[in-house]
Design a protein around this ligand. Structure first.
Ligand code: SAM
Length: 245
């Protein structure tokens, strides 16, 4: 397989999974730092909105997919009561190791566990979660339709909720600033900090190539979800989708 995730997987529309996992493995150690610097810290606010929406749904068991270094999982842990079980899954071991290191540094982190798990074949029982979250992970799936169907399978029928936070196509007014930043500034700056320019060129192309929010709504509906709602943030750079299983 190619080492460049921009090379699409031969049998699907999305990026090659082995290349995606390898790329996140290379940048895992600097992932949080680069995220916060490149977004000016606004990524924390985006995730906070996701966590607020999950909290409002009053879940007992939450699964955070593509958990990476665990920022959403930790924010959920802070927001929800200790009885609520939180599981963070990812298919990139170095990212999971970063999440584990962060967990060890915390004085108390009850009922939060990280484990290996591929979204396209989730190691979860049918109907076993009240909420599934995925933050900046949907864009990286080799097969979004399959991933969304897996998410629905693991949610409790009728009451389970899906929360998707993802970069979407920005509003017209922001494009003249956003796209040059994404194409030229971001790969250089992030490449310099992380030592991996290719990873951040992938970030740029995967964001630019990702469908608009309305199309993601349609894809979530096609996977069988109902009552799909989309909330755009920061000039539609990012959208939070919420749906009922
Ligand atoms: C951009 S990071 C997002 C991390 C975290 N959710 C956040 O908000 O910062 C994307 C993560 O998705 C993971 N990922 C991509 N495809 C996956 C798959 N098929 N199964 C599990 N994890 C996947 C990558 O390993 C990576 O850690």
């Amino acid at each position: 397989m190619s080492e460049d995730p921009r090379t699409h997987h031969p049998s699907t529309a999305g990026p090659d999974p082995a290349a995606v996992s390898g790329m996140f493995g290379r940048i895992a150690g600097r992932y949080d730092l680069v995220n916060h610097l490149l977004t000016g810290g606004i990524d924390v606010w985006w995730r906070r909105n996701l966590v607020r929406a999950v909290t409002a749904s009053n879940p007992s068991r939450v699964v955070d997919l593509a958990t990476g270094s665990g920022d959403v999982a930790f924010a959920l842990r802070r927001a929800l009561t200790d009885e609520v079980e939180i599981v963070g899954l990812d298919f990139c071991r170095p990212m999971l190791e970063e999440a584990e290191k962060k967990k060890q540094r915390r004085a108390s982190c009850p009922n939060l566990n990280f484990a290996f798990g591929d979204i396209l074949e989730l190691p979860l029982d049918d109907g076993s979660a009240d909420a599934v979250t995925i933050s900046f992970g949907l864009r990286n799936l080799a097969n979004r339709a399959k991933g969304l169907r897996e998410m629905r399978r693991c949610l409790k029928p009728d009451t389970g909720r899906l929360f998707v936070l993802e970069f979407t196509q920005p509003a017209r007014w922001i494009r003249p600033f956003y796209f040059p930043y994404l194409r030229h500034v971001l790969p250089c700056l992030a490449g310099w900090i992380s030592g991996d320019v290719a990873a951040y060129r992938y970030l740029n192309t995967s964001i630019e190539g990702f469908p608009p929010a309305a199309r993601i709504t349609a894809e979530i509906e096609s996977a069988g979800f109902r009552e799909v709602r989309a909330r755009s943030m920061t000039g539609s750079i990012v959208t939070l989708h919420e749906a009922l299983a």
